[in-house]
Design a protein around this ligand. Structure first.
Ligand code: COI
Length: 356
């Protein structure tokens, strides 16, 4: 049975920013979705209400033990003015996967899709139409029980907020990024939580990110925590290399986040019969391929970042520069294919898009 989602309309409409000022995650729309959980009622009272501050007890468990998860997906405006979501089923599936690992009660997936669809419909005027823009959708869950013992919370809030966005790294979407391979800090260990979208993973990455930025890099590339040898992922995206005509990306090993853009790239490459493999790849192999002249491209893939070519990679006191290719790159081909499907400019052979 379809649950009714209550709606309280905001009195005021915020001013919308021009596309060039959007950046990433700075502005929020007029409404948000909220739903609560307690032991007696389960998940209850789904509602859409004006975007507003939360009032929470300082003892809420999320503030102390970080029991929190989130997702990120986008809504796009097509040239005909329709609005569509990209693979929302995959984000909702991953949200529940994260719930399970973080001892949070799972959600009814149909209700979550309904909540996203209704919220985006109410906020349809916030979906930007300019090249490289979209409406970023951020579902998240926090533990709200006021209690200081260490155990799973017995109360939660599930919320969805929306943010009109441009490019994640600023400037042109395909501007190459500079990546520093992290050698001191680690992101995730097998058996840990690196493969789920929990907030603490990002908190733990900030120190390395801050140090890399101070040296002029955009992001860090994480290596495996055991041997400090195998490539895992970049701060906000999965990583791909093109070596000697083949695209290689680290296989999902329990400490890497299974990105939805990552899986879309793999599906497209397969569809094009482009040589591709998901396997363990060491950073040494990447650098050796470069010195042999076989590292043709490196790029990241993520919802926020879309496809980001890597222009520079530093590791072990070596800095390599990947010059922009004269010819069409696979990163550009994937970027065009994915964004054209997202924007409804090309047919969607995989039924990835969902109209709201
Ligand atoms: C996303 O790509 O949606 C992410 O969640 C990455 C991020 C901005 C933390």
């Amino acid at each position: 049975m379809k649950q009714v989602i209550d709606f309280v309309k905001a009195n005021l409409e915020k001013e919308k920013q021009p596309a060039h000022a959007l950046g990433f995650g700075k502005y929020f729309t007029d409404h948000m979705f909220m739903m609560d959980y307690n032991e007696e009622q389960g998940w209850h009272e789904p509602r859409i209400l004006p975007y507003q501050p939360l009032t929470m007890e300082p003892s809420s468990m999320v503030f102390h033990y970080g029991q929190a998860i989130f997702e990120g997906l986008k809504a796009y405006r097509t040239p005909e003015g329709k609005i569509q979501l990209f693979r929302p089923d995959k984000n909702i599936e991953r949200l529940n996967f994260s719930c399970q690992r973080m001892s949070i009660p799972t959600l009814d997936e149909a209700l979550v899709l309904d909540a996203i669809t209704q919220l985006v419909t109410i906020e349809k005027d916030w979906v930007p139409s300019e090249e490289g823009t979209s409406l970023y959708i951020r579902p998240f869950i926090i533990a709200t029980e006021p209690y200081l013992g260490v155990r799973p919370s017995k109360r939660y809030k599930f919320m969805i907020i929306l943010s009109p966005v441009g490019s994640y790294y600023g400037g042109d979407q395909l501007k190459p990024v500079k990546i520093h391979v992290e050698e001191n800090y680690v992101r995730a260990v097998k058996g840990g939580v690196g493969h789920v979208k929990t907030s603490g993973n990002y908190a733990a990455s900030l120190k390395a990110q801050e140090e890399a930025e101070a040296q002029g890099y955009d992001q860090v590339l994480w290596l495996d925590a055991k041997e400090n040898k195998y490539v895992e992922e970049v701060g906000s995206m999965n990583i791909f290399f093109k070596i000697n005509g083949e695209v290689v990306t680290p296989e999902l090993n329990g400490s890497i986040l299974g990105g939805i853009t990552r899986s879309s790239c793999l599906q497209l490459l397969d569809y094009w019969n482009f040589p591709v493999s998901e396997r363990r790849i060491s950073i040494e192999e990447v650098f050796e391929a470069y010195y042999r002249g076989e590292l043709e491209e490196a790029f990241g893939a993520g919802t926020a970042a879309v496809i980001s070519p890597v222009g520079e990679l530093s590791w072990n006191n070596q800095k390599i520069t990947l010059p922009p290719s004269e010819t069409e790159t696979i990163a550009k081909r994937l970027y065009d294919a994915i964004t054209n499907i997202q924007l409804g400019k090309e047919p969607d052979p995989f039924q990835w898009t969902v109209e709201v």
